[in-house]
Design a protein around this ligand. Structure first.
Ligand code: SF4
Length: 379
């Protein structure tokens, strides 16, 4: 099979692995539609935007995870790149200005360590033989060895481990042959340790991914693990991928997870990472799930701030971050502005880039509730 033909099969197969791509944007540039499905607008860890090639090295998996489209024995057209072949193809796309960076994952073929070797070899060829200095995101395979994790981290800008489930009990319902602690979580612990040893050098960031809605897990389980990963292992980001049943898999009869659930999980995970929330602060229902119909920050504020509004001229940074409409950048601007002058009306907040109408029901401005609050509260 020609390399481009392989890419047409293996690029779109990464749709199950969300990464740095920006959802909902048009094609990066005019490309044949099948190739366009492999190249994504992506935001880099520092905020820069690039065109990112996302592809698997192979879809010929020897494992049989119960939910997965690539599981062994499923009848579809599979493909495998050699490291040389993929590195050469990427270089051509890069030289033509089509792709500026690469996200590289793989199904497991010949065991986790052997698969990891091929991923590392691809990145090694790009860096050493072709002198590529751009963005590389490498997946760490279940069962990869510590020396391989170190090698991957020396080459990549970002590495990631797919935890898939929030704990061992749930993972057993998705991937009975993987162990949560030994095969997966241990790799994230190593990444954290290695990052600390790389102090002062360029350090790759680390992410993970959960499948949502396939193992009966609650949002509380997912977010408790996410909070632990942010707090203890310095994770840069958790991705949530809604379960979509695949024909001819043991879980084909399960309903798909509602996209709104994925959205609420992202919102809640950002509250844990960037807003100082603890898992206990999140507004879980009795079933351990977040309300689908409301932003979790708004739900928290309605419970806690409606009767005890925050005085924006005096409140701490931590308390201001609890107010809907005030984010990490807005709060810094607000803190600077209030050192210069008292904040007395919503238009001042708007000029600071704050979503003042969202904040209005939960704040005081110089001791008074903002004028628009009552009508907004009634909506
Ligand atoms: S190891 Fe990965 S690619 Fe293979 S069946 Fe499991 S989830 Fe799918």
């Amino acid at each position: 099979m020609e390399p481009l033909e392989k890419l047409r099969l293996l690029g779109p197969a990464t749709c199950y692995e969300p990464a740095e791509e920006v959802e909902g944007e048009g094609p990066v540039r005019q490309l044949p539609s099948d190739l366009a499905r492999c190249i994504h607008h992506a935001v880099m860890p520092g905020g820069r935007r690039i065109a990112l090639l996302k592809t698997l090295l192979s879809s010929a998996c020897e494992r049989d995870c119960l939910y997965c489209a690539f599981r062994a024995g499923r009848d579809f057209r599979r493909a495998t790149f050699s490291p040389d072949e993929l590195a050469r193809l990427f270089l051509q796309l890069h030289q033509r200005g089509i792709a500026e960076g690469i996200f590289l994952s793989s199904a497991i073929l010949g065991g986790g360590p052997q698969t990891q070797d091929r991923l590392i070899a691809t990145a090694e060829i790009l860096r050493s033989r072709y002198g590529f200095r751009g963005y590389i995101h490498l997946k760490i395979m279940p069962g990869a060895e510590r020396a391989q994790v170190e090698a991957a981290m020396a080459l990549a800008d970002r590495v990631s481990v797919n935890l898939e489930a929030p704990n061992g009990r749930r993972l057993a319902q998705l991937a009975p042959h993987k162990t949560f602690e030994q095969d997966l979580l241990q790799r994230l612990r190593w990444i954290h340790e290695i990052r600390r040893q790389m102090e002062g050098r360029r350090r790759p960031s680390a992410t993970t991914q959960f499948v949502v809605g396939a193992a009966g897990e609650s949002d509380l389980e997912l977010l408790a693990t996410t909070g632990f990963l942010y707090r203890e292992l310095g994770l840069a980001r958790a991705y949530f991928s809604s379960f979509r049943p695949q024909p001819d898999t043991p879980l084909e009869g399960l309903p798909p997870a509602p996209p709104a659930r994925e959205h609420r999980l992202y919102q809640a995970s950002f509250l844990l990472r960037d807003y100082g929330f603890e898992v206990e602060d999140l507004p879980f229902g009795p079933d351990g799930n977040l309300p689908l119909e409301m932003d979790p920050k708004l739900a928290w504020a309605r419970r806690h701030l409606a009767e005890a509004p925050v005085e924006v001229n005096r409140a701490s940074r931590e308390m201001l971050l609890r107010v809907p409409g005030i984010g990490p950048k807005g709060v810094e601007r607000l803190l600077r502005a209030r050192r210069q002058a008292r904040l007395r009306d919503l238009s001042q907040l708007r000029r600071l880039g704050i979503a003042a109408d969202r904040a209005a029901p939960f704040i005081l401005l110089d001791g008074r509730r903002p004028a628009r609050q009552l009508s907004l509260w009634a909506l």
